[in-house]
Design a binder for this molecule. Structure first.
Ligand code: ZN
Length: 181
């Protein structure tokens, strides 16, 4: 069998190996070597080098995987966020907050109270009998509707704000978990 001539990568001692060999231990310095064959050359490489390279590569793959996981989490959150945002009366989307929902509800309720006071003072001079009598009740009653609407509105946007906060917390937690891995 014809042997291939090689040089030890570690100590440069000449080595002879069968053409099918993939690994060789240097007879001179006992270093374990891997035999590399390219079209134009044949050479040896330290096994530790290879192990290091493999480790480096697997680390890089881990990094890539972690990055794509983070990207996936970010994209998911962007879509969820779009859905959870509220539209104001000008058509602008914004993040719902507990503060603004409470303030919005209070504003409507205050308007309702003012309405009731004004309605009572306006209708107080109306006669208690006849076609105008019902307006004494109906007119101020609209104010109560406003207050009810304000409370309902506030509660529902408060709920939306809570939903948003929960989703955001979940997103941040997911991101932290992904970073830790
Ligand atoms: Zn050697």
């Amino acid at each position: 069998m014809e042997l291939e001539r090689l040089i030890c990568h570690s100590c440069a001692a000449p080595l002879e190996v069968p053409p099918s060999a993939r690994y060789v231990t240097c007879g001179h310095c006992s270093t374990q070597l891997q035999i590399r064959r390219t079209e134009s050359a044949i050479y040896t490489e330290l096994l530790e080098d290879l192990a290091e390279k493999t480790e480096e590569l697997s680390e890089r793959i881990d990094d890539l995987a972690a990055n794509s996981e983070l990207n996936a989490i970010d994209n998911q959150w962007q879509m969820e966020r779009e859905k959870l945002m509220v539209r104001d009366k000008h058509g602008n989307r914004h993040v719902p907050t507990k503060g603004s929902s409470t303030a919005g509800g209070i504003a409507i309720a205050v308007f309702g109270c003012i309405w009731i006071v004004m309605a009572i003072s306006i209708t107080s001079s109306a006669p208690s009998v006849g076609p105008f009598a019902t307006s004494k009740v109906l007119f101020p009653a609209f104010g109560v509707l406003f207050i009810a609407f304000g409370i309902f509105n506030s509660a529902s946007s408060f709920k939306k704000a809570e939903q948003y906060e929960r989703a955001e917390r979940r997103y941040k937690q997911q991101r932290r978990d992904a970073n830790r891995n």
